[in-house]
Design a protein around this ligand. Sequence first.
Ligand code: DGI
Ligand code: FE
Ligand code: FE
Length: 189
Amino acid sequence: MMNHEKMMERLKTNIKAKRFEHSLGVEYTAACLAYVHGADVEKARIAGLLHDCAKGIPTKEKLEKALKHGLPVNSFEKNNPDLLHAKLGAYYARYKYEIKDIDILNAITYHTTGRPDMSLLEKIIYVADYIEPNRKPIDELDIIRKEAFIDLNICIVHILKNTLEYLESTNTDIDIMTQKTYEYYVSNE
Ligand code: DGI
Ligand code: FE
Ligand code: FE
């Protein structure tokens, strides 16, 4: 397996400085969440570091590359190719960063929309992405940050509620997976 330093060096050349900073923030936050909730800390760090590794690809190319690599692309993603940075990220993690662990790859795949019945690691990356220290101020972020260290499921519902409200307020189409994830965690809270 590639060592952590090499992973960081490679990532740095593939994304912008601000995005790299965000990735380090997600790595550290995911590690802290792993301590508290009893997850594998090294896996949390790697998934956090690499979760946005495909973010630097121009929007148009995201769709081309996803199709070229044979990734499943639904019609919603065809119309909103930026969402594909998650699936493409898992692909690059596998083939450019030599990550074979399926839980890490799934955590990257589902970091933007979440999915029903997430693994502990998937939940941690979903939450860490939203609460890491470099995030611009978001409504109720202080409360969400506390929830993250107390009850992940309550925290996930809160994040999804905020995200859905935000997407609705900006008239952005909502991915069916985002909606399904919300419904699942609201009824299992
Ligand atoms: O990559 P990051 O910026 O760190 O965070 P992310 O992977 O959660 O991506 C955030 C973007 O994804 C944000 O601009 C909103 C968008 N997004 C999340 N859920 C949905 C969505 N966009 C659409 N169209 N539909 C969704 O359901
Ligand atoms: Fe992302
Ligand atoms: Fe991110």
